[in-house]
Design a protein around this ligand. Structure first.
Ligand code: PMP
Length: 386
């Protein structure tokens, strides 16, 4: 198998693969009940959430998790502000519109983060039930200032929903301390599992917002349908609403344990160092980033502009070197940049990271952009070694 360096799905550890192996369990099997309960408990710790926050594990993707957040917190006629940093912020805005919500967009140029004073001005107009943002927008590689946005939401009495699909478990986020109401992700990113689980943690305020809705959410996404199930499994009792993705849930506490064994501070620091090391390698190759400022460049992935004369077929030339990277995603710039994911277990395998730098450097060289590949690898190593 080639090395998977796209921004999700990512490489999965041997321990997670072993945990997912074997006959799929039934949802009432004692070992499965234990895995489900343990996964819920560990999510609170990875999310740095309070004891009273409620984790949800539901079969699905990141998009399902986003939809769950939107339909449980908002109903037709209410207002929301979306602090947009790219394609996925636009997606959550469209979800809110389809729910009949009046959406105010605070836009940013591709590669920029939404300006905090513009977000504040939009909130100050009043009538905003929730502020929605994307922690790391995978289309632009931009990380927003989640702590500052959470502060603004609190100040204006709005709920704060943060899409962490390309960030949770990689970029620092302190759900309880910063006051985030829903922090959501999917299993295939920095959580380190195969795709197939929508993962959310909701604050008590978020649950209260659901309880206050007049327009019920679709049944399969309803917090109140899922809440008794989560409570039961955490108490090590099975309860049925809709069949869980048993194989994935069996592996989830193992993936979360790998993160927790590392320690959350060390985990965030490792991703930060990897982000800087890859940026040093790109700079040494004479490349620039799509994010306009290093301070807002994500640590979980790089979004890198293609140099003059090199087109999106760079991705295939890298693949020929047994490393899979991704093309651009932001619609108007799609053909002008490429993306490399650097999150999760692969960060414990420096040789694979160097192989990625080498593969991109050699492919660029082959396409006519001269690169000193050894120098790029050295630039990477100098930062990654700390
Ligand atoms: N939000 C972000 C930031 C993402 O990166 C993605 C997936 N790339 C999604 C949402 C949607 O997740 P999924 O593809 O699992 O539906």
């Amino acid at each position: 198998m080639p090395l998977l360096m796209i921004p999700g799905p990512i490489e999965v550890s041997d321990r997670v693969k072993e945990a997912a192996a074997g006959a799929p369990p039934g949802h009432l099997a004692p070992d499965f009940i234990e895995s489900f309960g343990a996964a819920l408990e560990r999510m609170r710790r990875v999310w740095l959430a309070g004891d009273d926050a409620q984790p949800f594990i539901v079969a699905g993707s990141g998009t399902i998790a986003m939809e769950m957040a939107v339909v449980n917190l908002l109903e037709p006629g209410q207002g929301a502000v979306v602090a947009s940093s790219g394609y996925f912020s636009q997606r959550i805005a469209e979800m809110a519109r389809r729910r009949g919500v009046e959406v105010t967009m605070v836009e940013a140029e591709p590669g920029a983060a939404p300006a905090l004073d513009a977000v504040e001005a939009a909130l100050a107009k009043g009538g905003c039930k929730a502020l929605l943002a994307t922690h790391v927008d995978t289309s632009t590689g931009v990380r927003v200032d989640a702590k500052a946005l959470a502060g603004l939401a609190r100040q204006h009495d709005a709920l704060f929903v943060l899409d962490g699909v390309c960030a949770t478990g990689a970029e620092r986020l302190e759900m309880e301390a910063w006051g985030v109401d829903v922090y959501l992700t999917a299993s295939q990113k920095a959580i380190g599992l195969p795709a197939g689980l929508a993962l959310l943690v909701a604050s008590r305020r978020a649950l209260a917002a659901r309880a206050g809705l007049k327009a019920l959410p679709p049944m399969s996404l309803d917090f109140e349908q899922w809440l008794p199930i989560m409570e039961a499994y955490e108490a090590r009792q099975p309860k049925y609403f809709s069949t869980p993705a048993t194989t994935l849930v069996k592996a989830l506490p193992v993936g979360l344990d790998e993160i927790l064994e590392h320690g959350m501070d060390a985990r965030f620091a490792l991703h930060e160092r990897a982000g800087r090391a890859f940026r040093a390698a790109w700079a040494s190759m004479g490349l620039t980033l799509l994010p306009k400022d290093e301070a807002i460049a994500a640590n979980s992935l790089s979004a890198v502009m293609l140099p003059d004369g090199v087109g999106p077929d760079l991705v295939a030339a890298v693949k020929a070197r047994d490393v899979v990277i991704a093309g651009g995603l932001y619609p108007s710039l799609k053909t002008q940049y490429f993306r490399v994911g650097h999150m999760g277990v692969v960060l414990t395998r420096p040789a694979d990271l160097e192989k990625t730098v080498r593969a991109v450097g050699e492919a660029l060289d082959e396409k006519g952009h001269a690169v000193d590949v050894d120098a790029a690898v050295k630039a990477f190593q100098a930062v990654f070694a700390g």
